[in-house]
Design a protein around this ligand. Structure first.
Ligand SMILES: [Fe+2]
Length: 309
């Protein structure tokens, strides 16, 4: 039993944490084989601000929902304490060949799994020790907390949006978010949450000779950009319920990666924030729209008390 077991757990912060492997490639961390000359700095500076804020927080575990661990039926959770291997991006193997070594908080994974079941969701613990952790999890975790000294909980994305409808997917992700929040509270642990996800997601079909040559990077489509700004402006105004109200349209109109449910799960876990989220950075990566956004429940109390963030 941990020394926190007697306390009520809490979500201390959450973030929309996009996972283009380009952002890791551009940083040249020792774990990644390919070398770069940089690139996508505005987004990476956004992550820098997020890391600075989170370095002041006390937390035990990182809980991440990833669009790139796709499970055919139901929501799965990593259920093995340690994974070490190499992650190679299937589309960008020349940018991302990352050696990882991570620990999983299996106890919290099981608690969330049980609460998700109580919400009527199909669930499964993943117990294969040779399982290769997906790059959406690894990139979001690396960019948010490159020290890798905290255990993670990793949650898969299922096919509810694709098999049924965006509305069905949304309802299930909100339920999964509620389950996540309840489990964290009961665990006595302090957690940060990552929705590993881009916004608009129409991307280039041809890559420049030098991937980090920024003269080629730009918004792909103004309509998609306007959708991204609509979502981000609502978040900045603390209107996440409105974001959820238009999410099915956003998914269709902007081919948004939110169709895998990560952002809705996060909003559900945070109780659908009615206080402003902080947009640390926005930028395109191969034309897709990406934003680093942070929510901290303490900001809500500060606002209610007439304080400032
Ligand atoms: Fe992705």
């Amino acid at each position: 039993m941990s020394d926190r077991d007697h306390k009520k757990g809490e979500i201390v912060a959450g973030a929309l944490a996009p996972h283009p492997p380009h952002l890791v490639y551009a940083q040249n961390p020792p774990q990644n084989e390919p070398r770069s000359e940089g690139g996508w700095e505005v987004l990476r500076w956004g992550y820098e601000r997020l890391r600075r804020n989170w370095s002041k927080l006390d937390y035990d575990v990182i809980v991440v929902h990833s669009p790139h661990w796709k499970t055919r039926c139901g929501t799965h959770f990593l259920g093995v304490e340690h994974f070490a291997s190499k992650s190679v991006d299937p589309i960008f193997p020349h940018l991302f060949r990352y050696t990882y070594d991570l620990k999983v908080d299996v106890e919290l994974s099981e608690l969330i799994c049980a609460e998700a079941e109580a919400e009527g969701l199909e669930t499964q613990m993943m117990r294969n020790p040779d399982f290769r952790v997906d790059y959406g999890t690894i990139t979001a975790c690396h960019l948010s907390h490159p020290e890798w000294n905290k255990p993670i909980v990793c949650i898969s994305s299922n096919q509810a949006y694709f098999d049924f409808s965006n509305e069905v997917g949304e309802a299930r992700m909100l339920a999964l978010g509620r389950a996540t929040a309840r489990a964290i509270e009961n665990s006595g642990k302090r957690a940060v949450l990552l929705a590993s996800c881009s916004l608009s997601h129409r991307h280039f079909t041809k890559e420049p000779e030098t991937p980090e040559d920024m003269k080629h990077e730009h918004v792909y489509h103004n309509g998609q950009y306007l959708w991204d700004m609509k979502i981000l402006n609502l978040i900045k105004e603390g209107k996440c319920q409105e974001v959820l109200d238009i999410m099915p349209d956003f998914i269709e109109q902007a081919m948004a990666e939110t169709k895998d449910g990560s952002l809705t799960w996060l909003m559900g876990a945070l109780g659908v924030p009615d206080y402003p989220g902080e947009v640390h950075g926005y930028g395109s990566v191969i034309g897709t729209g990406n934003a680093v956004v942070e929510w901290n429940p303490a900001w809500k109390s500060a606002l209610n008390n007439g304080g400032v963030q």
